[in-house]
Design a protein around this ligand. Structure first.
Ligand SMILES: Nc1ncnc2c1ncn2[C@@H]1O[C@H](COP(=O)(O)OP(=O)(O)OP(=O)(O)O)[C@@H](O)[C@H]1O
Length: 260
């Protein structure tokens, strides 16, 4: 008998309400069920205000749900207090924020290895691991610079390297290719894709407005008004998923149909 692996990310009956300012409760997120398997890369799309960032913040333990159950990497995030969530984030999550959130007083290589530095790891193993990632992203020569000496696209790649550093259980990416030209967009997407996949222990959730970026995912989910309104399984296209096939017709027509 084969036993199905536990999902890497599981949401059940998850609601996140806000007061709309007029005393009414408005649901930023309302998901009955969502399961993401280990090694799966899921793209999240949807119009502005549909709940994409809220979903990332709940899975990443930055925010807490009003109701429901969230499990990530076998841990019940929805029941953690703030201190537990801080440790959970540090040990399990690699974030790529739209605003990058690099530490201005630290060099590029220190920003990449931040989680090791913060957790007090001794020795310089972290530095060589960080340099490998910087090299893969074409930023080796910038390792000793500071974030304010980089372009927006270079900073975004540093943020990607930092998120992938240490092979976290889950990578949460909010528009990871937003500031990149097409060449660097490919480098970043391939690196994220290589870090997440069969036999890897990293799982990914990536918010994007870019159909090309979404085509790197195994599955695309569409949010509207906080609910999952559509899904597309791209693993069905697996035999063709190299090179130009990332522009797969089915992805484009589906995007057109969901009027993004
Ligand atoms: N702190 C808050 N207080 C009140 N309402 C909030 C708060 N954060 C989010 N919301 C509301 O929740 C809904 C979902 O917001 P969210 O930021 O998740 O959307 P999004 O899909 O990420 O949008 P965008 O693409 O513009 O970043 C929106 O209607 C937003 O106004």
């Amino acid at each position: 008998m084969t036993v199905a692996p536990l999902p890497a990310i599981s949401l059940k009956g998850v609601r996140r309400h806000y007061d709309d300012g007029a005393g009414n409760e408005k649901a930023a997120l309302d998901i009955d069920e969502l399961e993401i398997q280990p090694g799966e890369l899921v793209a999240v799309i949807g119009p502005s205000g549909s709940g994409k960032s809220t979903l990332l913040q709940l899975v990443g333990g930055i925010d807490s749900p009003t109701a429901g159950c969230i499990d990530v990497a076998g841990l019940r995030v929805s029941e953690m207090d703030e201190k537990q969530k801080t440790i959970f984030r540090r040990e399990n999550i690699g974030f790529i924020f739209q605003a990058f959130h690099l530490v201005p007083s630290m060099t590029v290589v220190e920003n990449v290895g931040l989680s090791s530095i913060v957790s007090g790891q001794r020795g310089f193993r972290w530095r060589s691991d960080a340099l490998v990632l910087l090299d893969q992203l074409g930023l080796f020569e910038y390792a000793e610079r500071f974030p304010d000496q980089l372009s927006g696209g270079q900073r975004q790649r540093v943020a990607v390297a930092r998120a992938l550093f240490g092979a976290p259980s889950v990578v949460l990416a909010d528009e990871p290719t937003g500031s990149l030209d097409s060449g660097n967009r490919d480098i970043v997407l391939r690196l994220i894709r290589d870090a997440i996949g069969d036999g890897r222990r990293t799982t990914g959730l990536m918010v994007t407005h870019d159909p090309y970026a979404a085509s790197y995912a195994d599955r695309i989910i569409a949010l509207r008004d906080g609910k999952i309104v559509d899904q597309l399984d791209l693993t069905l296209n697996e035999p063709d998923r190299e090179g130009d096939s990332h522009h797969d017709e089915r992805v484009r027509s589906w995007f057109a149909a969901t009027s993004l």
